[in-house]
Write a protein that binds this ligand. Structure first.
Ligand SMILES: [Zn+2]
Ligand SMILES: [Zn+2]
Length: 273
């Protein structure tokens, strides 16, 4: 199993970091988790084009995690042979969002249908809304849905991907909670979006301060990883943006609570389990 951090950024525009998005690849499954800003550029850099995806997993409907879902849908449509289905799985209201994306693309769909004689179908998107406890398959992977706590944003979910005896949990955004702990128990890897609360507190901006109460700090991600007994902790979605040379500082804050492997870095940082 290979995990690639496609985008390690956040809502704050960053010239070096795409928006939140992670790729999980096994021998028989290719899964995109969230679809933030620039996702298809990073996906292409990882050697994957949309028709190769077995599915898209959406942790929640905050814009930074879905802003380029429209690009995934359109590009899948124009590149995939007829009959290929783009499966999108997310929390309640995902269908509403996808329907609105499709509605916004109506002119483009018409242009392409009119122009390309061989293109006779509209995007083949199948949306499934899930709740904690749901289990389903994508390709060869078995995926379990868990509850996260990103209130007041709700519902939000995490996904555990199991394939070939290896497992990874994609925690999405949120603070530590029992649902996340249960999903992470004994997983090989745990990917968590994090903020540096010590640095965020220094930013004199009320709206930025609001993010403190619904994101895991680096330390909390380390604590969750330790409680669950995971082997590898992967950190992403750095707020504020992790600058060159700061990696060891970020890592040490998680390492104070977790003795396993800690992975962090720039976009396209990957770990193979
Ligand atoms: Zn969020
Ligand atoms: Zn986010």
């Amino acid at each position: 199993m290979k995990i690639t951090l496609l985008g390690t950024g956040s809502p704050i525009p960053d010239p070096r970091r795409a928006g939140p998005s992670t790729l999980v690849q096994t021998d028989g499954a290719c899964l995109l988790v969230d679809a933030g800003r620039g996702v298809l550029m990073r996906l292409a850099a990882a050697g994957v084009l949309p028709p190769m995806l077995h599915g898209v997993l959406v942790t929640h409907l905050h814009s930074d995690h879905i802003t380029d879902l429209n690009d995934v849908i359109t590009t899948h449509w124009v590149m995939a042979p007829q009959g290929f289905v783009l499966r999108i799985v997310g929390p309640p209201r995902t269908k509403e969002v996808v329907d609105a994306i499709l509605a916004s693309l109506a002119p483009d769909l018409q242009y392409r249908l009119d122009h390309h004689a061989d293109l006779t179908w509209t995007p083949n998107v199948e949306v499934t809304e899930v709740a904690p406890g749901d289990v389903f398959t994508m390709g060869s992977a078995t995926i379990t849905v868990g509850a996260t706590d990103h209130r007041p944003v709700e519902p939000t979910v995490a996904f555990r991907v199991d394939d070939g005896g290896t497992s990874v949990v994609l925690g999405g955004d949120g603070v530590p909670c029992a649902g996340l702990d249960a999903l992470c128990a004994n997983a090989d890897a745990y990917v968590q979006t994090v903020i540096r609360d010590d640095l965020v507190k220094l930013i004199p901006n009320a709206r930025i301060q609001d993010i403190l109460d619904y994101h895991s700090s680096v330390e909390q991600a380390g604590q969750t990883a330790a409680r669950a007994g995971v082997r590898t902790l992967v950190l992403t979605h750095y707020v504020p943006s992790m600058q060159p040379g700061q990696e060891d500082d970020w890592r040490s804050r998680a390492a104070a609570h977790f003795t396993g492997e800690i992975v962090l870095g720039d976009d396209l940082t990957a770990v193979t389990l």
